[in-house]
Design a protein around this ligand. Structure first.
Ligand code: AMP
Ligand code: ZN
Ligand code: FE
Ligand code: FE
Length: 282
């Protein structure tokens, strides 16, 4: 059984490394199949294509979507969709705008509290990448306001500090519908640390196809619990390292170590293929 990593970020969102460098690292670690799942963008996936082909590495289309669910922000992984389908391109364009709007609000709110930060500085830090809170955290570090990304989140950027700012993102049900329209499959990202068992049941009923059982935030007993849930509900198991390459010392060392068996990738591709076969337009 080969090793896969279906949860990786690049500098197209808030990761440190360029897509081709991530591919080279994945090859070095002996991975056979990967998915680049940047936040609300597939620009990194697109850029990684040539490098993956040259390296003989399977590259599954992927993205990590920020969605609204019950007034909360939740992360939904999407895979194996048609990256050119208008349901996907339209959704990602909308999410990009939502991220910009959200960051403008965040920086305005912080500036009002007397913190020295503005939107343009965060946009410069993002340097063309899909903008996110880790970029704001890096600006706060460079100004000496905080000492680490962790401190920036605790003091200024956590969801608890920013209640109400997730409302601009696509609803979970709309996101699921868009991914299905593009013949892709969805998986609930890192559920172990985020939701109660009752919430996982409720999220399952929303129509997700899979659940991220393997993630650095899950210990073995959580992995087993989630795998049992997946089996009972006939859901796919997905997993990966959530590698960012920077700012997440609790996850980054697990690249190449926290991996998913490639048999799960085969099941995921089968479901996407069945959707494709049933789709009238593709
Ligand atoms: P955003 O895309 O703006 O919603 O920001 C989400 C990103 O920030 C994800 O990569 C998270 O893993 C990261 N993040 C969330 N909380 C923290 C934290 N406490 N410390 C470091 N990174 C975090
Ligand atoms: Zn991230
Ligand atoms: Fe996430
Ligand atoms: Fe992630």
């Amino acid at each position: 059984m080969g090793k896969a990593d279906l949860h990786i970020h690049t500098n197209a969102s808030d990761g440190a490394f360029a897509p081709a460098d991530v591919v080279a690292k994945a090859k070095e670690k002996g991975l056979e199949s990967i998915s680049i799942t940047d936040h609300d963008t597939i620009a990194g996936y697109v850029k990684a294509g040539v490098a993956a082909k040259d390296a003989g590495l399977e590259l599954i289309p992927g993205v990590e979507l920020s969605c609204s669910w019950r007034d909360r922000e939740i992360h939904l992984l999407a895979y194996a969709f048609d990256p050119e389908h208008p349901a996907i391109t339209g959704l990602l364009a909308r999410q990009r705008k939502a991220r910009i709007l959200r960051m403008k609000r965040i920086t305005e709110k912080l500036a009002k509290e007397g913190i020295d930060i503005n939107y343009d500085e965060v946009a410069a830090e993002a340097n063309g990448a899909n903008i996110g809170r880790p970029h704001a955290a890096r600006v706060l570090i460079s100004k000496g306001v905080v000492a680490s990304v962790q401190e920036a989140f605790i003091r200024y950027l956590s969801n608890e500090k920013l209640t109400g700012d997730a409302i601009e993102f696509v609803s979970l049900s709309e996101a699921i519908e868009a991914v299905r329209a593009a013949c892709g499959v969805t998986s609930l990202a890192h559920p172990g640390a985020m939701y109660t068992a009752a919430e996982i049941d409720a999220l399952t009923r929303e129509g997700i196809d899979g659940i991220e059982t393997i993630h650095p935030s899950h210990n073995f007993s959580m992995q087993r619990l989630l795998a049992r849930h997946a089996e009972k509900q006939e859901l796919l198991c997905t997993g990966g390292s959530d590698f960012h390459g920077v700012g997440k010392p609790d996850y980054d060392p697990f690249f190449g170590i926290v991996t998913l068996g490639t048999q799960h990738v085969a099941s995921l591709k089968q479901l996407a293929q069945r959707r494709r076969a049933l789709s009238p337009e593709l």
